[in-house]
Design a protein around this ligand. Sequence first.
Ligand SMILES: C[S@@+](CC[C@H](N)C(=O)[O-])C[C@H]1O[C@@H](n2cnc3c(N)ncnc32)[C@H](O)[C@@H]1O
Length: 280
Amino acid sequence: MLSYRHLFHAGNCADVFKHALLTRLLAGLGRNPNPYFYLDTHAGIGRYDLTRPWAQKAREFEKGISRLRERADIPEALRPYLEMVRAENPDGKLRYYPGSPLIALRLRRKDDRMVFNELNKSDCADLKTLTAREHRVAVSMMDGYQTLKAFLPPAERRGLVLIDSSFDRAREFPRLVRALTEAHERWATGMYAVWYPLMDADTMAAFERNLRRTAIRKILRLELAVAPQDQTLTIPGSGMLVVNPPWHFDTEARPLLQWLWRALAVEGAGGTRVDWLVPE
Ligand SMILES: C[S@@+](CC[C@H](N)C(=O)[O-])C[C@H]1O[C@@H](n2cnc3c(N)ncnc32)[C@H](O)[C@@H]1O
């Protein structure tokens, strides 16, 4: 039923982009002493062994996380994320890559509450094993968009929802806009981080138009493209919408994405974008 397996892609450019931003968003929430809630609607297995055959097949991590580990000029804002990757690999060799649930667990304070959802049965079982000893952490196995109805609004009244669907087709864009609209109706003050691949210009224009038509305000758009649009085998890059981002997140993210672009771009292709798709 679910053909997408994240193990093929773990640690690639899209993961680096997404996880670097996720780390900053969670660190921002952690600066306020009140507990927060974190929901990961499409969580994956949480920790990826890059020596396994699936990861070895395309070795996508070599164009992503491996490149960053070679650099000596890491910006301050990226250090906590890279420290997490390093902590998974104490002998210095890159073998384990942390997915979004593990990143969230590492940044969690004792009263923060988390729900990780994954529809693939065996991935969900792996996730349960990974989180078995954690308090205030639940794992569920349902459609990711249904979790928005099941768990929002949270009692904490502050927190982050990561929507990181497998996105194998362009038709996911309208589903995403619907889901985000419904979630926002349930919890308008929540922070939402929504990952998406960069696809053809018509698809992206329709996505933008549909988002502008919703009642949602404060939508920050962040994008990182590392390959030319005409490389048809793979997507040129990816984006993340952040609804209700932390104060000055745009200013913080701009140099971070510029640095990532310089580190990851193929022969200077692509670029970055940070702008308000819908302002306040
Ligand atoms: C891009 S991966 C998630 C990666 C993860 N968020 C991370 O950053 O480490 C998408 C995940 O969604 C799962 N999935 C696919 N369809 C789903 C659905 N309808 N509901 C929930 N999860 C789904 C896939 O099995 C896959 O593990």
